[in-house]
Design a protein around this ligand. Structure first.
Ligand SMILES: Cc1ncc(C[n+]2csc(CCOP(=O)(O)OP(=O)(O)O)c2C)c(N)n1
Length: 375
C-alpha cells in the first residue's frame, strides 16, 4: 500500500498543489490527509464533481498550474459535461489530474449501485479521450506513474486519470476533531420521523447511511420495505425522485430523507420542488455537516442556512431542530400544513458499527414500492 503522505508529497514535487473533489471511501485516507495538511485555498471539497473540474480549470487559468480532482467513480457522470465541453482538447484544452476511486471493479464484491459504474469506469475514460493508468500499490511504481502522468499533461494539456483500486492507500485518520453540534444521532432522528408518518405515506431516502438506517429500522420493527424508496446511488437526486412521486400521488404525503452532502450536490433541485409546490411534499434534511457515509469529510452544511434557502426559493415553511422533542413538535405541526416544507434535523456524525445493508435488491425495492403506490 501507498502512504497518503508519500502520494501527496510526490504530487507536490511535480508542482501539483491544488486539490478539489467529492470524497470517496476508497480515497478516505488521501482526503483526510489533504484536510489535515492543506488550507482552504489549496483543498476544496466541492458541491459536486463537475464543480471540482470547474475549480481546477479556473485554477489553471489563473496560475498556469495543474490542479487535481478526486472523485468516486459514481461521480464520473457529473464530470462528463465539463470534460467534453470545457477541458477537452477540442474546446479549451485544460490539463487536470483526476483521482478516481474504482468502486465495483469487476471481480471485486461491491454493492448493487456500484456494479454498472465499476464495469464502465475505464470505458468512459476511453470514450472521453482521457488517458489513464491504474495506480500501483507499490510506491516506486506509483511514483513513476505520477511522473508519466505529469509529463503527459504538460506535453498535451490533456486530462489524465489515476484510477484507484480498493486498498491502495494505507489507513490514515484525520487529526481534526469531530465538532458535533448536536447530541441527536442520525439513526434516532430517522426512527423518530419514520415512526410518525401515516401508513399510506412514502419515504424516498438518499444514498449512504440514511437509506441503510431506514432499512434497518423497518427490519427491527418487523415491517416490510414497500413504503420506502432507497435511493442507493444517484447522489443528490432523492429530492427529485420524491417530487416525481408527489406530483403524481396527491392522496399521500411523500417524505424525502436527504443528507446535507447530497442536498448541496444538486441544490437547485429545491428550487424546482418549490416551483412545483406539491402540497404533499416534506423534505427532511439530516444535517451532520459531513459526508458521513464515506468517511466524515466536512461539507458546508453547518455553515449555511438551509431554512433560509428553502424560504427564498418558495417552500411554504421551514424548521430546524437539534433534539428529539423539538423534532416531534415540528412533525405534529407539519402534518397540519400544506407543503412543500423543509425540516432540518441537526444530527451528530457517525453510525452504529454493526449497521447492515439492504438485503433486498433495488429491483425488489422498486416493485414493492410500485405495488404499494398502486393500492
Ligand atoms: C455522484 C456521487 N459522488 C460521490 C458519491 C459517494 N458518496 C456516497 S454517500 C456520500 C456522502 C453523502 O453525504 P450526506 O448526503 O451528507 O449524507 P451522510 O452520509 O452524511 O448521512 C458520498 C460522497 C456518490 N455516491 N455519488
Amino acid at each position: 500500500m501507498i502512504s497518503s503522505k508519500f502520494f501527496i508529497d510526490t504530487l507536490n514535487s511535480h508542482g501539483i498543489h491544488f486539490f478539489a473533489g467529492v470524497p470517496d471511501s476508497l480515497l478516505k485516507s488521501v482526503c483526510a490527509y489533504l484536510s489535515d495538511q492543506l488550507d482552504e485555498k489549496h483543498h476544496i471539497i466541492a458541491a459536486n464533481e463537475g464543480g471540482a473540474i470547474g475549480m481546477a480549470a479556473g485554477y489553471h487559468l489563473a496560475t498556469g498550474k495543474i490542479g487535481c480532482v478526486y472523485l468516486q467513480n459514481s461521480g464520473e457522470g457529473n464530470i462528463i459535461n465539463p470534460l467534453a465541453s470545457l477541458t477537452d482538447r477540442e474546446v479549451y484544452n485544460i490539463p487536470v489530474l483526476l483521482l478516481i476511486g474504482w468502486r465495483g471493479r469487476p471481480g471485486v464484491h461491491d454493492e448493487p449501485q456500484h456494479i454498472k459504474q465499476g464495469k464502465v469506469t475505464t470505458d468512459l475514460l476511453d470514450t472521453m479521450g482521457v488517458a489513464y493508468s491504474i495506480l500501483s500499490k507499490c510506491e516506486d511504481d506509483a511514483s513513476r506513474q505520477i511522473a508519466q502522468a505529469v509529463d503527459y499533461m504538460k506535453e498535451t494539456n490533456g486530462v489524465y486519470a489515476l484510477v484507484i483500486e480498493k486498498d491502495t492507500f494505507d489507513p490514515y485518520t484525520s487529526k481534526l476533531g469531530r465538532n458535533d453540534k448536536s447530541a441527536l444521532s442520525r439513526e434516532e432522528a430517522i426512527q423518530t420521523v419514520a415512526s410518525s408518518i401515516d401508513e399510506k405515506d412514502v419515504i424516498v431516502s438518499t444514498t449512504g447511511m440514511i437509506s441503510r438506517e431506514l432499512f434497518e429500522y423497518r427490519v427491527q420493527n418487523g415491517e416490510g420495505h414497500e413504503r420506502d424508496f432507497l435511493t442507493v446511488g444517484s447522489m443528490g437526486h432523492a429530492s427529485q425522485i420524491a417530487l416525481g412521486i408527489a406530483l403524481n400521488k396527491n392522496d399521500r404525503r411523500i417524505w424525502c430523507f436527504d443528507g446535507d452532502g447530497a442536498a448541496i450536490m444538486h441544490l437547485g433541485g429545491m428550487a424546482i420542488v418549490a416551483s412545483e409546490a406539491p402540497k404533499n411534499y416534506i423534505h427532511v434534511l439530516f444535517n451532520n455537516g459531513a459526508h458521513d457515509s464515506v468517511g466524515g469529510q466536512p461539507t458546508v452544511g453547518l455553515d449555511i442556512n438551509f431554512c433560509a434557502i428553502a424560504k427564498a426559493v418558495g417552500y411554504t415553511a421551514s424548521f430546524i431542530t437539534a433534539d428529539r422533542d423539538g423534532l416531534i413538535r415540528i412533525l405534529n405541526d407539519v402534518k397540519k400544513m400544506d407543503g412543500p416544507v423543509l425540516i432540518v434535523v441537526c444530527v451528530k456524525k457517525g453510525n452504529r458499527r454493526d449497521l447492515g445493508r439492504p438485503t433486498t435488491t433495488p429491483i425488489q425495492n422498486k416493485e414493492a414500492l410500485m405495488a404499494f403506490l398502486s393500492d
